[in-house]
Design a protein around this ligand. Structure first.
Ligand code: THU
Length: 142
């Protein structure tokens, strides 16, 4: 599957998938439920929700759950990710960085709880100047 196969119907399917899983978000502290749905080049959709913790920093965002689920099942090429939040809030810096690891051209669809896509952009646009594998050089020690 390539970017060209990202039809309107498929985009809608991604947003709906993210919207549906949002009800599984475990967000008793922020009450900010997030659902994500990630489309791989192989045509599969991996979803994720935010999972919070009483020890706050141990929690994780929906986007990273979706990416880690996909990568842990052998997927590394992502065409698009839909993120559904209550108000169309933007992916956090850590999620941008994790998405950037697997491609700067992944399309990010940001939608509100009603499933309205408020913004769409590539990971490159979301995180200009991402730290990437090329930045790790063998002789970097000062
Ligand atoms: N959160 C996500 O899951 N994704 C985002 O794009 C933004 C923030 C979560 C983290 C935390 O559980 C809650 O939303 C409030 O920050």
């Amino acid at each position: 599957m390539s970017r060209e196969s990202l039809t309107d119907a498929l985009r809608q399917q991604l947003v709906s998938a993210a919207q549906e899983v949002r009800s599984w978000a475990y967000a008793p502290y922020s009450h900010y439920a997030v659902g994500a749905a990630l489309l791989t080049a192989s045509g599969r959709i991996y979803d994720g929700v935010n999972v919070e913790n009483a020890a706050y920093p141990a929690g994780i965002c929906a986007e990273r759950v979706a990416v880690f689920k996909a990568v842990s099942e052998g997927e590394r090429e992502f065409l698009a990710v839909a993120v559904v939040t209550p108000n169309g809030g933007s992916p956090c810096g850590s999620c941008r960085q994790v998405l950037a690891e697997f491609g700067l051209e992944t399309l990010v669809l940001i939608a509100n709880a009603a499933g309205e896509v408020l913004r769409e952009m590539t990971v490159a646009e979301l995180l200009p100047g991402a730290f990437r594998a090329d930045d790790l050089v063998a002789d970097a020690t000062p």
